[in-house]
Each structure stands twice: as C-alpha cells, then as structure tokens.
Design a binder for this molecule. Structure first.
Ligand code: MTE
Ligand code: MO
Length: 198
C-alpha cells in the first residue's frame, strides 16, 4: 500500500479524463494551435487605427506603357498595380533602421493590411514574393495589428535597386520583436507579388 503524501496536491494523480486528454492534444499540436488561435477581424472600422501620412486618392488609370510594380492576387483575380496606383492608396510613413542595409530611412508606402483589404483577403496570412524567387509568409496577426509597409519611397525618393527597391517590405521600429531575428525573413526586397496563403 502506498503512503499518501503530506500535500495531497503533489503526487496525487488525478485520472485523466479522455476528453481532457483530447483537448490538450488539440491545443498543443502546432498545426492546430494556429487554427485554435485563428481570429476573425470584423469590419475595418474595428481594426486598430494606423496613423496615415496621406489619405486615399482616386485611383489613376494606367497610362500606355506604364509598368506594373505589384501583382495583387485578389479574390476576384489579379490586380496589376502601377507605382502611381500604389501611391494613390492611403500612405503610411515612418523612419526605421534597415538592418540589412545598416541605414535609417524615412519610408513611405502602403500597409499590407490595406493591400490585403484591396485584394479582398484581409485577415488571411499572406505570401510576399520577390523578383529573385524568394518568398515568405507574413502572419495576419502581425500585419493586421502593425503597419507593416510595402514601401515605394525612402527619404522621399524612389527606392533604388541597391536599396532593395523599387518595392520593399519594411516593419515598424515598434514593437521591438518586429526588428528581431525572427522577423528578418519578413523584410522582403524586390517585391513583385502579394497573395493570400492558400
Ligand atoms: N528578395 C529577397 N528578400 C529577402 C531575402 C531574399 O533572399 N530575397 N532573404 C530574407 C531573409 S531570410 C532574411 S534573414 C533577410 C536577410 O537579409 P541579409 O541577407 O541582407 O541579412 O532578408 C529577407 N529578404
Ligand atoms: Mo533569413
């Protein structure tokens, strides 16, 4: 016969109820953790407000010969946006150190949230594709809550190839985690396509 410990909460094994085991397995499984944490974002009015540098302007029509800078794979097809069309979207602007370039710039661009909303997939994790074949996933949790930017200008000038332009993803200086090693892969340069994660 086993002696009962002085403190009954230590060593006193409660039989595991099968439903309880199933629930903890469900909550601990990494693939399901994401599902369990999946959020609905409601209407844009309920989203965390961002401070914009300029409001949306009417979308200018593409001029003959004008290049597409970004392909946005929306729910109703691919929107091909020119620089002027991106510039007509609500503009966000902030100053941040670009770690890979070791240089601080005041970037201006469009938030991933506004781009996702334009494509009809706001709140879905998204994929950002670069012209060199690189791509990465940016979580909805991050871009819905923080003004992660697709930048088209740095210090008021178009972003050069050497500066990783013409379109480059920039993350705000705060919260600090966005500038940590875990988010290095999110600073995508030479961006050419954004799509919801399938
Ligand atoms: N276009 C493009 N963007 C990219 C990458 C890439 O290969 N191509 N690599 C990503 C990764 S994984 C990281 S960690 C950083 C690396 O930047 P660095 O090599 O200049 O440190 O850029 C990110 N952006
Ligand atoms: Mo990386």
């Amino acid at each position: 016969m086993r002696t009962r410990p002085a403190n009954p909460t230590i060593g006193d094994v409660t039989p595991l109820h099968p439903a309880r085991v199933a629930l903890s397995v469900l909550l601990l499984h990494p693939a399901l953790l994401h599902t369990a944490a999946a959020q609905t974002w409601g209407s844009p009015a309920s989203w965390k407000p961002f401070t914009y540098a300029r409001a949306a302007q009417p979308t200018p029509a593409r001029k003959p010969g004008e290049k597409t800078l970004l392909a946005l794979d929306g729910t109703t097809g691919t929107l091909k946006l020119t620089l002027r069309q991106l510039q007509a979207m609500p503009a966000i602007r902030y100053t941040v150190l670009h770690r890979q370039l070791k240089q601080t710039f005041t970037y201006q661009g469009v938030t991933l949230r506004d781009l996702a909303a334009r494509g009809g997939f706001a709140g879905k994790d998204l994929r950002v594709y670069a012209a060199n074949g690189y791509f990465t996933t940016i979580r909805a949790d991050d871009y819905m809550n923080e003004p992660i930017m697709l930048a088209y200008s740095a210090d008021g000038q178009p972003i050069t190839t050497l500066q990783k332009g013409p379109l480059t993803v920039v993350l705000p200086a705060q919260p600090a985690r966005l500038n940590g090693p875990e988010y290095g892969a999110a600073w995508v340069w030479y961006v050419e396509r954004i799509a919801p994660l399938k």
